[in-house]
Design a protein around this ligand. Structure first.
Ligand SMILES: O=C(O)CCC(=O)C(=O)O
Length: 313
């Protein structure tokens, strides 16, 4: 699917999205996207869905048929499809359009777009909390009733690269993330590790040690360890940021008494000429592709380790 939007005639080599991505692995938009449109979408979603304990299977229902894969939104089971007509404030915003064109070239295309919910602790059943505590990836899809798997629900996710979902594929994608309401430190904000993309593609869970000053030592086999500053993304409705497929980022469990709802786009190049992302990748000294991206799951797809770094952020 190609996003239909007016594109600038030629990507600018010195576009801030490109220079930021190269230097830090992420770009934050200086101007919020239309907050009224963000609010309207949020209201529509909240009218549609109650983000309460009814989202979840009972322990007995889950144990009768544990299913860890295929529990995310997909075409035909994606609540955001219903609100496609309300997404112009993102997809036609001139600063988004020009950044994506500079990074991905004309006719960039969509790999995925969905609603992401940070579920507050108060909503999660006790039996489930006890099971998932300390897991690196708390995507709650396996525990959510099938009819509600049209949104991705998180109770935090450790620092990871979005390349994690693409073994064998070079990092040719950009994640665009938009807050639909104000997000403070207690609303499960995104944490990014600045410059972490420079170590290229590395296997999850990552070798991270927090320093006293909120920076991190990031290591990977055969590569010199680097220091990365952590950046917490708080902002108002319409706050938007994008990052490279190798940029480490994560969220802590939502400690507010309400859910955090965001938009997450994954976009890739539109074929043809080399583009800004190619230049970013060329500036990275290490491969941006891995045959296997993670070591945290067993054969069924369930967590086989207890490990979490982002909760120390
Ligand atoms: O929204 C969240 O809590 C985590 C989102 C994230 O890191 C991702 O989807 O890659």
């Amino acid at each position: 699917m190609t996003i239909a939007a007016p594109l600038p005639s030629s990507p600018e080599a010195d576009h801030p999205a490109l220079t930021d991505l190269m230097a830090t692995g992420y770009h934050l938009y200086p101007r919020a996207l239309d907050p009224v449109a963000a609010e309207a979408l949020l209201t529509a979603v909240r009218n549609e869905r109650s983000f309460d304990g009814d989202l979840f299977l009972s322990e007995a229902e889950f144990d009768a048929d544990p299913l860890y894969r295929g529990v995310n939104p997909r075409p035909g089971r994606n609540l955001l499809e219903k609100y496609d007509h309300m997404l112009g404030f993102v997809e036609q915003d001139p600063q988004i359009v020009s950044a994506l064109a500079a990074l991905l070239g004309q006719g960039y295309s969509l790999l995925d777009k969905k609603l992401v919910c940070g579920v507050p602790a108060s909503t999660i059943p006790d039996w489930l909390k006890a099971r998932i505590l300390g897991n690196p990836v708390n995507n709650l899809g396996p525990y959510v009733k099938p009819q509600y798997r049209d949104i991705t629900y998180f109770f935090g996710i450790d620092f990871h690269q979005d390349l994690i979902d693409f073994p064998g594929r070079a990092s040719d994608m950009i994640t665009l993330y938009v807050y639909l309401h104000p997000v403070t430190a207690s609303d499960a904000p995104l944490y990014l590790l600045e410059g972490s993309h420079k170590l290229g593609a590395t296997v999850f869970p990552h070798d991270l040690t927090r320093n006293a000053d909120a920076s991190w030592r990031y290591a990977a086999p055969g590569r010199p360890a680097m220091g990365c500053q952590q950046v917490m993304l708080t902002g108002g409705a319409g706050f938007a940021g994008m990052w490279h497929g190798c940029t480490l980022h994560g969220t802590q469990p939502d400690v507010a008494d309400h859910e955090r709802i965001s938009l997450r786009y994954l976009l890739t190049r539109g074929g043809g000429a080399p583009n800004g992302l190619d230049r970013v990748n060329e500036s990275i000294d290490w491969p941006v592709i891995l045959p296997a991206t993670r070591e945290d799951l067993n054969a069924a797809g369930a967590a086989r380790i207890k490990h979490n770094a982002v909760n120390q952020a």
